[in-house]
Ligand binder design. Structure first.
Ligand code: PMT
Length: 399
């Protein structure tokens, strides 16, 4: 499977801070995901780590001074343009202030001003510098402009305090870079609707018929679609995980509410992904008062079929892309092919929900991508990774 930064160029900007040495490990992490990494250091950063270290790690010249590279008269512009993503880690209060105020007085600040690529900033500094009103205002300004701020973390600081101000976890910084890289690509211009979670069908005001969906798969899809540049509406039934930031959420409880919300969102959409576990049946006569336990046996609860959201919207999809899921136990591919034909969507993601590491509640999933033309078995992977794999394939379908 391709790395998450495969073929992309990431510019790592290292500023003068004791955490500068951690940038070496960040470079390695990004490289492991296939990124070509270039490093830009401030003069102060070179006091903490030698440029030679980064040069050895990246096999690329390390940029420091504005006029260091005589072969490139506008070095800051070429660095800025070449990078698919710029990450400042560690970022001092000084570089954050320069970015917020558009100050361009060295190679790093001019490059940061010149780039049009997404920027990730990982602050690291003394707790009082971090909490200073000036820094907080500068960080808020950068956030408003779309700069991704990760951290800082809390822990032991070089000054001896145990407080907020540490460079955050390197995996979190790398994750923000992958997210930023994905944003720039595949789904820009798409309006994606995702259904997630389960539904609760009321028996009476306190009891319901439900299922074991945690919402993780649908939330991962919504988050990945947003990160890939789509506008996302998440129609979300009861779930154990929160909705991600940056998406429009339509909270629902019952299958009927999910139908209404999905219909409404689909009007303006280019893609629909139905990952929700929607009840197939709902109690026909929900009581408007709590049922008493007086009777020994309750023989039956009359149930009525719910509307199949996926089938209904597939029938009206026109040129839009509609993807369904199939939660199966035994012969997932065969059942998925049958569902694909009956429901009329473009593809079905079949998952075997009898496996503990797949399906309901798990953080991982193993699925088959089933279209009328082919069946592709995908390996077991994190739901967050599977979400991307699904969206990439869905996007290519009607092209
Ligand atoms: O939420 P998690 O804990 O992360 O679990 C993920 C999941 C197992 C719920 C997910 O991967 C999954 O398989 N979702 C579909 C569950 C399901 O209801 O499958 P189904 O085979 O019963 O339905 C087939 C398709 O029709 C699904 O896309 C479903 O959303 C859709 N459907 C079903 C009934 C209905 N009334 N309306 C629908 O749109």
């Amino acid at each position: 499977m391709a790395g998450r930064a495969e073929g992309r160029c990431v510019l790592v900007c290292v500023t003068g801070c004791i955490a500068a040495y951690k940038a070496c490990e960040l470079v390695r992490l990004l490289q492991k995901q296939g990124a070509r990494v270039k490093v830009l250091m401030t003069e102060h950063a070179t006091q903490f780590v030698g440029p030679l270290t980064f040069r050895a790690l990246t096999h690329e010249p390390v940029a420091v001074g504005l006029f260091d590279d005589p072969s490139d008269p506008i070095h800051h512009v070429s660095l800025a343009q070449e990078a698919d993503c710029v990450v400042v880690a560690p970022a001092t209060a000084n570089v954050i202030a320069k970015m917020a105020h558009g100050i361009a007085d060295d190679l790093m600040s001019t490059t940061l001003l010149a780039t049009t690529s997404p920027i990730v900033v990982a602050p690291a500094m003394n707790v009082h510098m971090w909490q200073a009103a000036a820094t907080q205002e500068n960080v808020a300004t950068l956030r408003e402009r779309g700069v991704r701020i990760v951290g800082p973390g809390t822990g032991y600081l070089a000054c001896g305090d145990v407080a907020e101000g540490r460079l955050t976890d390197l995996d979190a910084i790398a994750e923000a870079v992958y997210d930023a890289l994905a944003t720039t690509s595949e789904l820009a211009g798409e309006r994606v609707v995702v259904t997630a979670g389960g539904t609760h069908e009321p028996i009476d005001p306190v009891r319901y018929v439900g299922n074991r969906s945690s919402g993780k798969m649908g939330v991962a899809l919504a988050e990945a679609a947003r990160a890939m540049g789509a506008q996302v509406t998440l129609v979300m039934g009861p779930a154990t995980v929160p909705a991600p930031a940056g998406v429009t959420v339509a909270p629902v409880e019952t299958a009927a509410q999910m139908l209404d919300a999905t219909r409404a969102a689909f009007t303006d959409a280019t893609m629909l992904v139905c990952a929700a576990a929607v009840a197939d049946y709902t109690p026909s006569h929900p009581a408007d008062h709590k049922l008493k336990k007086g009777i020994e046996e309750l023989d039956s609860i009359a149930l009525t079929r719910t509307t199949d959201i996926l089938a209904e919207l597939s029938a009206a999809k026109g040129s839009r892309t509609v993807i369904g899921f199939a939660a199966e136990t035994g012969n997932p591919v065969g059942y998925a092919q049958d569902k694909l034909a009956r429901k009329g969507c473009d593809a079905i993601v079949a998952n075997d929900v009898s496996r503990t590491e797949s399906g309901f509640g798990s953080n991982t999933n193993q699925a088959w991508w089933v279209t009328p033309e082919r069946v592709e078995e995908l390996p077991l992977m994190a739901k967050t990774d599977l979400a991307r794999e699904i969206l990439v394939r869905a996007h290519r379908l009607n092209k």
